[in-house]
Design a protein around this ligand. Sequence first.
Ligand SMILES: Nc1ncnc2c1ncn2[C@@H]1O[C@H](COP(=O)(O)OP(=O)(O)O)[C@@H](O)[C@H]1O
Ligand SMILES: [Mg+2]
Length: 251
Amino acid sequence: MVQVKHLNINFADKQVLKDINLNIKKGEVVALIGPSGSGKSTLLRCLNFLVKPTSGVISIDDITVNAEKVLKKDIFKLRQKTAMIFQNYNLLKNMTAIENIMEPMITVQKIPKEKAERVAIDLLKRVGLLDNRDSYPSEMSGGQQQRVGIARAMAVNSNVILFDEPTSSLDPELVGDVLEVIKNLALESQKTMLIVTHEMKFAKDVADKIIFLENGTISVVGTAHEIFVECKNKRVSNFVNKMTENTLEVK
Ligand SMILES: Nc1ncnc2c1ncn2[C@@H]1O[C@H](COP(=O)(O)OP(=O)(O)O)[C@@H](O)[C@H]1O
Ligand SMILES: [Mg+2]
């Protein structure tokens, strides 16, 4: 469960998020869409306090943090509940695919090496990369690196996975494989997922709920049908129609 109440954030004089309220149920897959600069990344980063909100209350499962009375130990607990996947993969360059996946299990969660290896092998299979278990990041394509990054995020015991445009720095022919991996994990796992994406067909196909953010405000929340078929908000329907023309179908 992720709950956001009255979240605001100012950078200098500019209010970037304005009274955001949000409820995401356990296991729900939510797509966060909207124009560039609308505050999508900032919202994601506020959830684990990578950026500190000016005010507001964030709850993930049993942890509740008020931005105005925040303690370091609360931020630590909140971060343990979340894993984040960025545009540019963030793998450790001196470690192989399997070592990258095992690393947080061993160092953060103190899981014995043999068990971490079994979990990592299972995840490598799920993201279609068992053959690359001993490859270094420099030996893999961007799409393969991102799939290792996703496996790494799935490996840690966090309930909430935050994806910030996971495919937007990939060559177009590699996007489909990564979206398919995310789609399958969304269907199979119990994890709650919040995915910032410009891939409209993917959002339509995978998300239980879609949020449209504009100028730091949530203007519409709805199911795929409500956003793509029946949307009464002209601005939102224009945006999704225009973006749909430019994005891939997921198998
Ligand atoms: N650390 C920061 N300092 C100042 N302004 C920022 C910072 N991070 C983001 N912004 C501003 O906040 C707005 C929203 O940014 P962002 O959340 O990255 O949007 P999106 O992810 O939707 O493209 C932009 O105007 C951006 O310039
Ligand atoms: Mg962004």
